[in-house]
Design a protein around this ligand. Structure first.
Ligand code: GRF
Length: 190
């Protein structure tokens, strides 16, 4: 069974969707550990509640590779094969990328390559696009630039606010992240 590690900085609703999809049998995988750079991340509470080893590991904002060593040690200790970034607000550096080569994926709340970076939903809403969506992609050294695994569209409705649009996008994220992990588990992507 594929062992995944989840890195999250915030509320962790994508983590929760993965936990739920594993519990219901939709996704045949196991979460080896959850790591957050933020001691207050609700994602850590969700992990503990699901009896998943949960760690707060500070991520120093430095170009030195040291800041990722503890992450790598922790992921390896739990035999993680695929690292899933779920609202992890850091740019992954070469140390971690090389330790898990082509085995780090991310979820982004827009149809990449449109609207990379922060506040993607707001960027799309303000631009006035009629269709946006969510993307699961491999992580490389750039900001949301890695190869695309899965995308799903979300239509922008006339009466949408940034909040209602973001909510629908999040619902789609919760579906496609587990689908992408399943593709990896089934060796349909590598
Ligand atoms: C999601 O919108 C994800 O696409 C982005 O950060 C948000 C995290 O939400 N990268 P959550 O912590 O999973 O609820």
């Amino acid at each position: 069974m594929l062992i995944i590690g989840v890195l999250a900085s915030g509320k962790g609703s994508n983590l929760q969707a993965i936990i739920d999809n594993i519990a219901s049998g939709k996704l045949n995988a196991r979460i080896g550990c959850v790591i957050s750079d933020n001691t207050d991340a609700f994602a850590l509470e969700r992990a503990k509640k699901a009896q998943i080893p949960a760690y707060h590991i500070p991520y120093k904002n430095t170009l030195m590779p040291e800041c990722e060593i503890e992450y790598i040690e922790c992921l390896k200790k739990h035999n993680v094969e695929l690292v899933c970034l779920a609202g992890f607000m850091r740019i992954i550096k070469p140390t971690l990328l090389n330790a898990f080569k082509n085995r780090i994926i991310n979820i982004h709340p827009a149809l990449l390559p449109a609207f990379p970076g922060l506040h993607a939903q707001k960027q799309a809403y303000d631009y006035g696009v009629k269709v946006t969506g969510a993307t699961v992609h491999f992580v490389d050294e750039g900001m949301d630039t890695g190869r695309i695994i899965l995308q799903r569209t979300v239509e922008v409705k006339k009466d949408d606010t940034e909040e209602t649009l973001s909510e629908r996008i999040l619902g789609v994220e919760h579906q496609i992240y587990s689908e992408a992990i399943k593709l990896f588990a089934d060796k349909q992507i590598k």
